[in-house]
Design a protein around this ligand. Structure first.
Ligand SMILES: [Zn+2]
Length: 292
């Protein structure tokens, strides 16, 4: 069984709404029509789904049908919840335009580390030729100097600056997450299995049935308390492989109110999907380096 923390997939509330909209149907989608404003809701069959479910994600609304459910059941289900779906979609649109505005104001050349944008400078030493160029390429190095990230490289390196920075962040993530897991697992009295650090953009962490934990390196870019929450969340799954009340009670007893972490993951996680911002290429030779 897998659990994933923090994906902004919203569950549908139990209560039905009073105002009903008309719902139309095609083989792949249902359409909610209120006041001549059609909104498409994708239909997806799932062998695993046990009941009808509506999901609101960054790519719109989707209704999940269990294997045996009839489309007219989905129609009724959606009609009863159409006000909620429309409200969530408009909330999402508002968030998206706020995100767009914030994106425009981000620094041009920076790396997001522990929730802070640190200025990035890239020093390219153009090695002359032959052997010396190859040796220089091997000395590519990323370092943290006075709250700034410095990447030193020779233009001959066949790894792109973005990949070098990602590798550096991944190594930091491995160290930091290993440490957090050690501290929290002792405190919580649980014994995790193997720890792996992956390159994932949407699933931040998971805990397998055998107790192996995996984390996305991008969590190193999130504020430290968010990273800590995810670690505690996954470790709590070693005691409860579900999201029951008892599970959340364990998590809260270690990190306090979880509302703010979930809010950060819903509203701010887009930041850690693109934690590296590179300056635009300035000249022909640098273009080669940026072409990867
Ligand atoms: Zn979970």
């Amino acid at each position: 069984m897998h659990c994933h923390a923090g994906e902004p997939v919203l569950g549908c509330p139990q209560t039905a709404t009073k105002r009903e909209a008309s719902v139309a149907r095609t083989p792949e989608q249902l359409t909610i029509d209120t006041e001549g404003n059609p909104v498409a809701v994708r239909l997806r069959r799932s062998d695993r789904a046990k009941r009808l479910q509506i999901r609101i994600g960054h790519d719109g609304a989707e209704i999940v049908l269990p294997k045996r459910a009839a489309v007219h059941e989905a129609e009724t289900f959606l009609r009863e919840r159409s006000t909620w779906v429309l409200a969530k979609l408009s909330e999402l649109r508002a968030t998206r335009s706020a995100v767009h505005a914030e994106e425009q104001s981000l620094p041009d050349s920076a790396v997001l580390l522990a929730g802070e944008w640190l200025p990035l400078s890239i020093n390219i030493s153009q090695a002359s030729q032959g052997q010396s160029a190859i040796r220089a390429g091997r000395r590519s190095k990323v370092s943290l100097v006075d709250d700034a990230i410095v990447l030193r490289t020779a233009g001959t390196d066949d790894t792109s600056p973005e990949d070098m920075l990602a590798r550096w962040l991944r190594n930091r993530a491995r160290r930091e997450i290993t440490q957090r897991v050690a501290i929290r697992s002792e405190e919580m009295g649980v014994q995790p299995g193997k720890l792996s650090i992956r390159d994932q953009r949407t699933r931040w962490a998971s805990c397998s049935a055998s107790g192996n934990l995996s984390f996305s390196w991008r969590l190193i870019c999130a504020p430290p308390d968010v990273l800590d929450y995810i670690v505690v969340h996954e470790l709590a799954h070693l005691a409860h492989m579900n999201h029951s009340k008892r599970f959340w009670r364990i998590v809260e007893s270690h990190v306090g109110d979880i509302g703010r972490f979930r809010k950060w993951l819903t509203q701010r996680a887009w930041l850690i999907r693109q934690p590296i911002r590179l300056p635009a290429p300035a000249c022909g030779e640098q273009l080669v380096l940026w072409a990867h």
